[in-house]
Design a protein around this ligand. Structure first.
Ligand SMILES: [Zn+2]
Length: 297
């Protein structure tokens, strides 16, 4: 059954967040075999939908057609709370911090901290969810407020104008030296059995970007962030040092070639089972090991 039908929107091919226009085609369908093209960027190695929505199309789609917009906030809240985010974020959080959950939905991920007296603010484009989050102790974001930690959980992969919007958000909301905690479906996990059918099993119309730890590092480094932690499944944590003058993207050709090989191997069901078994023994393969062999530009 098709859970997310592709809407009838006229889409254009648009460059990667790194500015590079083209890439190599990986898949031509989504997980329900609807026509949807996914490519891997020829410069930074990020996987993206091409073509994809623009900002205006996305705003209209999310507010009118996106099936998730009508979910019962209370049920969604319980699902979020069950993820136990306060537990795995504990080492990055102190009681004296101002924390922002950007794209908080009904607020379930950090509401447990708010009820223990932590200062948690929330923002969401869906007014119904934001109202629910406020009823559970999250504060509304005040104009001009800067935070010690911003939490972006399963939201970046949906953004049509990723680098521009993320730069604005970091500049507006995070004080230099602050922490940026990001959760996305990392390739390291998808390739190695995190989902049936690897990356293809996760593809759908609103998931625009797929990152490995390394390609997410490239995006974040270009915006003045330095990684301090990753679990190689979904979580990467960065320190924000301030937006640099010009945006540069590091080239890692050896790493990118290794990643493309791994994607090709994991597209073959038998090889993917083999790779998964090996990985079970050696734990999540450290894809960034290849990047370390590559001299810094
Ligand atoms: Zn790119």
């Amino acid at each position: 059954m098709i859970k997310y039908a592709i809407p009838e929107i006229s889409l254009k091919s648009r460059p990667c967040w790194c500015g590079f226009p083209t890439g190599k085609v990986l898949y031509r369908t989504d997980r329900w075999n609807q026509r949807l093209q996914t490519i891997v960027c020829g410069r930074c190695g990020t996987i993206r939908l091409d073509p994809r929505m623009d900002r205006t199309q996305a705003a209209h789609y999310y507010s009118t057609q996106y099936p998730e917009r009508q979910r019962d906030p209370a049920e969604f809240f319980r699902e979020q709370a069950d993820q136990n985010a306060p537990q795995y974020l504990a080492r990055f959080i102190r009681p004296d911090m101002d924390i922002l959950d950007y794209g908080c939905g009904p607020g379930g991920k950090l509401a447990g901290l708010a009820s223990r007296g932590f200062r948690i603010s929330g923002f969401d484009l869906n007014p119904l969810y934001l109202e629910f989050a406020e009823s559970r102790g999250l504060r509304r974001v005040a104009q001009g407020r800067q935070f010690d930690l911003i939490y972006l959980s399963h939201t970046l992969e949906h953004w049509t104008d990723l680098a521009e919007d993320l730069q604005n958000i970091l500049q507006s909301f995070v004080r230099p030296g602050g922490t940026v905690a990001i959760e996305v479906p990392l390739l390291d996990r998808l390739l190695l059995g995190g989902r049936r059918d690897g990356i293809h099993g996760d593809l759908y119309f609103v998931h625009i970007w797929y990152f490995s730890v390394r390609s997410l590092d490239k995006l974040m480094n270009s915006l003045g962030c330095r990684r301090v932690h990753t679990d190689r499944l979904t979580l990467c944590v960065y320190t924000f040092e301030g937006i640099p003058e010009g945006r540069t993207v590091a080239a890692t050709p050896l790493y990118d070639a290794g990643l493309r090989t791994l994607i090709a191997v994991c597209s073959n069901p038998i090889a993917a089972v083999g790779a998964g078994l090996i990985n079970r023994v050696i734990r999540y393969i450290d894809l960034s090991a290849a990047a370390r062999l590559n001299p810094k530009p």
